[in-house]
Design a protein around this ligand. Structure first.
Ligand code: HEM
Length: 224
């Protein structure tokens, strides 16, 4: 029956070429560790993507219980951990994944750097990569405040003060981030929440699309 549904859709809007284009694309020999063991370094981009997908999925489930206001945020996380079925696992995945993804991202960047894969014609993809790097770090930073415990509160106090120390624009930047120049409070939490779950993921989506389109067009750089 599934085949019939597929055929029905395919006959009308010709979807086969879309997934064939990805499924039939061969992995070049020089990135296959079965041929050259040292090619394992090419895995880190894919692993970064894999953990990013885990972050997005686990994060979506977290928002089903998380309440982004200062009265309820901590309690909602506590409830999720203690009472909700599998809540501990979902939060644990998001918590540890946040660190693992940065490690993978770093290893991927080192691979690209030490192989000189950023050189012509891949300069634009390196620039997109640097933007992705900032987005990923900002995701970690904004997510850290959300449990609204002491660690979160004081980490963000330090971050806001670092922002404020930038010459000329510092104070304004701090106000923009925290919503109030004097306290890390209700406005900061909703702002960080919005940035964490809407603004940055949207930016990441666009940047990753550009990253992957460029990789397909240019191919993965050849042997050294
Ligand atoms: C979420 C973050 C990222 C993901 C999921 C990702 C994914 C990938 C993947 C799957 C590849 C194919 C080759 C490989 O896996 O090594 C690749 C290539 C590349 N990436 Fe990334 N990447 C990310 C971040 C970055 C960053 C931070 C940089 C640099 C600052 C970067 C620069 C590049 C460049 C220049 C290439 C082409 C390398 C070549 O052709 O050998 N990427 N990326």
């Amino acid at each position: 029956m599934l085949q019939k549904i597929y055929d029905w859709i395919d006959e009308r809007i010709d979807i086969t070429p879309i997934w064939r284009d990805i499924a039939d694309h061969e992995v070049p020999e020089h990135v296959n560790p079965a041929h050259h063991f040292s090619a394992f370094v090419y895995c880190f981009g894919g692993l970064t993507f894999f953990v990013t997908v885990i972050q997005i999925l686990s994060g979506m489930f977290l928002t089903m219980y998380y309440v982004p206001d200062i009265e309820n945020a901590w309690d909602s996380v506590f409830y999720l951990q203690q009472e909700v079925a599998h809540g501990q696992i979902v939060r644990g995945m998001h918590h540890w994944g946040a660190s693992v993804v940065i490690v993978m991202l770093f290893l991927h960047t080192l691979r690209v750097f030490f192989q000189g894969a950023y050189k012509k014609p891949r300069e634009l993809n390196w620039i997109v990569g640097v933007l992705i790097f900032f987005v990923m770090l900002a995701l970690g930073l904004t997510g850290y405040l959300l449990p609204w415990d002491n660690k979160a509160y004081f980490a963000t106090t330090v971050t806001a003060d670092i922002a404020a120390s930038i010459p000329f624009i510092g104070e304004d930047l701090k106000t923009l981030l925290t919503g109030d120049p004097n306290i890390i409070g209700a406005q900061t939490l909703t702002r960080f929440f919005a940035i964490h779950v809407f603004f940055l993921p949207a930016a990441l989506f666009v940047l990753l699309a550009a990253h992957f389109i460029m990789i397909r067009r240019q191919g993965i750089s050849g042997p050294l």
